[in-house]
Design a protein around this ligand. Structure first.
Ligand code: NDP
Ligand code: MG
Ligand code: MG
Length: 340
């Protein structure tokens, strides 16, 4: 079994007298900056002018242009969107790094796929929370945390690992468990997980179930409840106690159906497809496609996104959720309202 570290296993003095620049104040950025500050660390936010800059200032941070925040800090955490990191890194981060600084990432993509090549005189490591930024903040406030992976790419000071662990503890991750990895493992498993299971696999499963029912003439509202709304209730049970706990809670009929029909939906053919997806991630083919899509201004990404948002399951869902005030508003709907 891999060794999982918790608060008691980690000393954080090594980070105490250092200044930390959190570059980017989005999903992860706001959570890291606020949690680190609440854990007693010295944080400056590096942000371009705009919405996030105003948000960081309203949260009480000193906000500086990225270049200034980097040049006055010892530890630089890059929490910009992955596809923008290379440009901002070249222009504002690299020229302001000093020997012995630490360059930190929350995802290994750009370093692993050679989009960012760090200088040889700085520590380079990652601290990657295994959950969205808004949960990194919410769970911290609740006294809990989101688990994280850490990995060292370059250790010039001899302190890289201890800094990574102290950082992970600072954002609350060591309350939930911190696990060692490499840039390669974190990058490849993160991409695979989100593509095959958590995001891609799940949205396609939900839509296929919904379409099967509505095409057979069942009401879209009923199909929405069966295939999307109930998902959370099932996933919560799995989160709390694994598959066994979920199966203990559902009816025996549902459990029998799970045993006989599940393997028909996800079968050896699906697994072969998953292996192909993994191979495309490992070979760099996926990364190349995503980098080029961004260079072309995202024609396909935007077109698919528009089509997906117009899917019947989304229209029905928006109506049903507006009638269920107890369903917590998602972050994006909250933000959309604030902008109005
Ligand atoms: P977001 O898109 O939520 O936030 C990006 C932030 O960067 C925004 O505050 C944005 O500000 C700012 N920004 C964009 N361009 C610039 C620029 N040119 N100069 C300065 N600031 C800029 O990113 P995420 O938090 O989702 O992702 C950050 C990192 O965390 C990525 O490496 C990602 O892989 C990783 N990660 C993300 C997870 C997640 O669930 N979101 C989970 C684990 C890791 P503005 O308002 O000005 O646009
Ligand atoms: Mg990811
Ligand atoms: Mg049912």
């Amino acid at each position: 079994m891999a060794k999982v570290l918790y608060n008691g296993d980690i000393q954080n003095e090594v980070l105490k007298n250092k200044k930390i620049a959190v570059v980017g104040y989005g999903s992860q950025g706001h959570a890291h900056a606020l949690n680190l500050r609440d854990s007693g660390f010295d944080v400056v936010v590096g942000q371009r002018p705009g919405k996030s800059q105003v948000k960081a200032e309203n949260d009480g941070f000193t906000v500086k242009p990225v270049s200034e925040a980097v040049s006055e800090s010892d530890v630089v955490m890059i929490l910009l969107p992955d596809e923008l990191q290379t440009k901002v890194y070249k222009e504002s981060i690299e020229p302001n790094l000093k020997a012995g600084n630490a360059l930190v990432f929350a995802h290994g993509f750009n370093v692993h796929f050679n989009q960012i090549v760090p200088p040889e005189n700085v520590d380079v490591f990652l601290v990657a929370p295994k959950g969205p930024g808004h949960l990194v903040r919410r769970t911290y406030e609740e006294g809990a945390g989101v688990p994280a992976l850490y990995g060292v790419y370059q250790n010039v000071t001899g302190n890289a690992k201890n800094l990574a662990l102290a950082y992970a503890k600072g954002i609350g991750a060591a309350r939930a468990g911190v696990l060692e990895t490499t840039f390669q493992e974190e990058t490849e498993t993160d991409l695979f997980g989100e593509q095959a299971v958590l995001c891609g696999g799940l949205t396609s499963l939900v839509k296929a179930g919904f379409e099967t029912l509505t095409n057979a003439g069942y009401q879209p509202e009923v199909a929405y409840f069966e295939c999307l709304h109930e998902m959370k209730l099932i996933v919560d049970l799995m989160y709390e106690g694994g598959l066994e706990n979920m199966r203990y809670s559902i009816s025996d009929t549902a459990q029998w159906g799970d045993f006989v029909s599940g393997p028909k939906v996800i079968n050896d053919e699906t697994k072969e497809r998953m292996e192909e997806i993994l191979a495309e991630i490992q070979s760099g083919e996926f990364a190349k496609g995503w980098i080029l899509e961004n260079q072309a201004n995202r024609p396909q990404y935007n077109a698919i996104n528009r089509q997906e948002n117009e899917h019947l399951i989304e229209k029905v869902g928006r109506e049903l959720r507006s009638l269920m005030p107890f369903v917590k508003q998602p972050v994006n709907e909250e933000e959309q309202k604030q902008q109005k």
